[in-house]
Design a protein around this ligand. Structure first.
Ligand code: ADP
Length: 440
């Protein structure tokens, strides 16, 4: 991060400096060029005034100014006088760009290679009243020399400024990155980190995440401990009874009931492991991976009623399904598991000759599924907790009826994944009603 930030700041700084330097140099260049042109105009007007005054042009043969050259050209292009060269030796100038333009337009300025001096030269030519053309020129080397001197200073100052900006950038980068490094170093003790107001939300979010992670870890540890405990009881019982049979300590008439206990405990282990697997699969698969489709929740309830009718009959409980076919957005097998668990509980925690009513009712914003029983009910103080894993109001009753303590935890999970609202209404001794509002 430090390198990246430094590179960004540096490239920004250097580009700003470089652009500024180019702009300044360009301004200087155009300024010096305009100075040269102004100078040529001035010399021309002085010489023109002199020519007008005495009509002679011989004075032009003498050098006027060592940097500026003055040439008087006749209308046919013959050079009449030149301040730097012998006019008689100079060829006809009628083909010169500035001469032609001055003749046609009255005056002309240009920058071109001089044939006589073989140097890049600025020209200013003007058509005089008598038809001659007065031309003044100066070589561009003047500007170039001035310019190369300036350029040297510009480059030196550029190097100095870049060196200073590198030092400043390193300083700025360090000060930007330092708070992040502090946070990284003190991840285990975020309270000790002193941050600016801008970084406070980040530190707070990290603290919150750590808190959540801690709670999650605690929950996982608790779950593992609970699972080991739940497995230990049936396994100890299986091992104990098997040992009695193995060592011959069990009387022949005890063998059968002992074998029956072993079978029951083994079945308990099977349903426990099934529920544990189901719960961990639910936790692992996030909502994106679950296939949601349009399913008929009434049909699902019908299936569960059929599957549980024997259990209901054994307990002398009547099982009734009310409502109509209703489609909801959900996963068929997960919803089947949810309905099965609710109905199974409603039968198991029911009273002799009690009843269970399942109803499927369409509502404005979805479909309401209700499982209502006339069972033992849940004490108020435990109503919040029954959806926790392994929480049972009456452990022995749960175990005796084949409960694992995970049924409602699975129900809660499935409801959450379907974004469905769960409501519980229960009166101790009278019965329980659990409703779930599914989306269409
Ligand atoms: P279990 O396997 O013990 O039934 P659940 O997670 O399904 O586990 O339920 C947790 C506890 O909630 C049960 O042990 C029971 O005490 C209570 N409970 C669940 N459903 C009912 C119900 N319909 N009537 C009364 N108590 C219930």
């Amino acid at each position: 991060m430090t390198r990246k930030t430094l590179r960004k700041i540096l490239s920004f700084g250097v580009s700003v400096i470089a652009i500024t330097a180019v702009v300044v140099v360009a301004i200087f260049y155009s300024y010096s060029e305009s100075q040269v042109k102004e100078n040529l105009h001035m010399v021309e007007s002085i010489v023109e005034a002199e020519l007008n005054q005495n009509g002679e042009y011989e004075f032009l043969q003498n050098s006027i100014d060592e940097k500026t050259r003055v040439t008087l050209i006749a209308a046919d292009g013959t050079v009449l006088a030149d301040s730097m060269e012998d006019a008689s030796k100079m060829g006809n100038h009628s083909d010169r760009e500035e001469f032609q333009e001055a003749v046609s337009k009255g005056e002309s300025s240009c920058l071109r290679q001089s044939e006589t001096l073989n140097e890049s030269t600025y020209y200013y030519a003007k058509l005089l009243d008598n038809g001659n053309v007065l031309r003044v020129s100066t070589t561009a080397s003047e500007t170039k020399d001035f310019f190369s001197n300036i350029l040297l200073y510009v480059v030196i100052s550029l190097i100095c400024v870049i060196a200073v900006s590198v030092a400043i950038s390193v300083g700025i980068t360090k000060s930007i990155v330092k708070p992040f490094e502090d946070i990284e170093k003190n991840l285990d003790n975020l309270d000790a980190v002193e941050t600016d107001a801008e970084l406070k939300p980040l530190v707070d979010a990290l603290k919150e995440q750590k808190k959540r992670q801690k709670a999650l870890d605690k929950q996982k540890k608790q779950f593992t401990a609970n699972v080991s405990h739940e497995l230990k009881t049936p396994l100890t019982s299986i091992a104990g009874y098997a040992e009695l049979i193995e060592t011959g300590m069990a009387k022949p008439e005890d063998v059968k009931p002992f074998a029956s206990v072993i079978r029951k405990q083994a079945l308990r282990l099977v349903s426990l492991s099934e529920d544990i697997i189901q719960l961990s699969q639910l936790e692992e698969s996030d909502e994106q991976k679950i296939v949601f489709e349009s399913v008929d929740i009434y049909e699902i309830c019908k299936k569960c009623v059929e599957a549980l009718s024997i259990n209901a009959k054994n307990k002398n409980v009547t099982l009734t399904l009310e409502g109509e076919n209703c489609y909801v957005k959900g996963n068929g097998s997960l919803l089947e598991e949810l309905v099965y668990n609710l109905c199974d509980n409603a039968i198991r925690y029911n009273k002799e000759n009690g009843s269970v009513t399942i109803s499927v009712v369409p509502e404005d914003d979805g479909v309401k599924l209700t499982v209502k029983d006339t069972g033992i009910g849940i004490p108020d103080k435990y109503q919040e907790r029954i959806f926790e894993r392994f929480f049972r109001v009456d452990k022995s009753r749960s175990k005796a009826t084949g409960g694992t303590g995970l049924g409602l935890a699975i129900v809660k999970h499935i409801a959450q994944q379907h974004d469905a609202k769960l409501t519980l209404n229960s009166v101790l001794g009278e019965g329980t009603e659990i409703s779930i509002l599914l989306k269409k």
